[in-house]
Design a protein around this ligand. Structure first.
Ligand code: GUN
Length: 303
């Protein structure tokens, strides 16, 4: 059997078109567009490329976008003052501080300083709490888990009553997606198990999974024989395992990416599966756009 491929690149295009259409409608009716600011501290090349892509996407869907880059030696107090300035700016609906931050800055303090009503990453404790409660309480679901749930739903996978097993317990992916899949409502209602580094028999749990979500950051952790035939496999791992010459420009080297699942073998067993790259990756920025649009809708009272 060859699994159905769940392509993040295709779902991204569908959702970005939906967002673009809605932005145009709101602009016409209310004379406003969503405003997104990305704050980047320092010159981490991976962070630079993520932020550039976020800003490019924001521009594409018709947002007002600001890339605010600050030097590595900005003080914590200066960064907090900058966040306060954007908190007070009514034209800004989303504030994203790109992580990681330099060591001299307390990441928790910075994330907690963002107005929860502009926290489009969904990292503020208020939004984490709202996610836990579920239903109407949720304002900004964190972007990668929201993207995962959207992919499962758009692939037509039944989640209600399904055994969903999440591998990994990070604050950004494992914990929130486990929480989202067990809520009441469409795209959820699953029976959820979370496995992690201290789990006694990870294999036995994975073998039971109708939906297997792997976010461990360990290349090839999940073996093909751990996959239940016909299961939906979501591979969140983006592991840089080497470099190769770029297809576009062979004089440039690009990263070789590998997921947490052995894709070539797993696709012969699973019912549906996300590739790496081109699976979950493109969904994160897409859901950031959706959250920022949602933030403007809350502000206008039309959500
Ligand atoms: N660094 C890596 N991923 C993310 C993300 O989703 N949001 C922020 N703010 N920083 C990140």
């Amino acid at each position: 059997m060859t699994a159905k491929l769940i392509k993040g690149t295709e779902i991204r295009e569908e959702i970005l078109e939906e967002v673009t259409r809605e932005v145009a409608e709101i602009k016409e009716k209310h004379g406003r567009v969503p405003g997104l600011v990305t704050i980047l501290v320092g010159e981490n090349p991976a962070s630079q490329s993520y932020v550039t892509l976020k800003i490019k996407t924001a521009h594409r869907v018709g947002f007002k976008e600001i890339q605010d880059t600050r030097s590595e030696d900005i003080s914590e107090a200066e960064l907090l003052a900058l966040i306060d300035q954007y908190n007070k700016d009514d034209s800004i609906n989303g504030i994203l501080v790109q992580l990681p931050l330099p060591k001299h800055i307390d990441e928790k303090k910075v994330l907690n300083a963002i107005d929860p009503d502009k926290d489009v990453d969904g990292f503020h404790p208020v939004n984490v709490g709202r996610l836990m409660i579920g239903g109407d309480e949720v304002k900004f679901p964190p972007c990668t888990p929201a993207g995962i749930q959207e992919m499962i739903v758009r692939a037509g996978v039944e989640t209600s009553g399904a055994e969903t097993v999440v591998v990994g317990r990070s604050n950004i992916v494992g914990k929130p997606i486990a929480n989202m899949m067990l809520q009441k409502g469409p795209g959820a209602n699953s029976t959820v198990t979370v496995v992690h580094t201290r789990t006694k028999d990870m294999e036995a749990h994975c073998k039971r999974a109708d939906i297997l979500i792997v976010a461990a950051g360990v290349p090839g952790l999940v073996k093909p024989e751990w996959i239940k035939p016909g299961a939906c496999v979501i591979d969140v791992g983006v592991n840089r395992v080497g470099e190769k010459p770029s297809k576009k420009d062979p004089s440039k080297m690009v990263a070789i990416l590998q997921g947490d699942v052995d894709f070539d073998k797993a696709k012969e067993i699973a019912g549906s599966i996300t590739p790496v790259p081109g699976g979950v990756g493109p969904m994160t920025i897409t859901m950031l756009m959706r959250n920022t649009l949602r933030s403007l809708k809350y502000q206008l009272g039309i959500a």
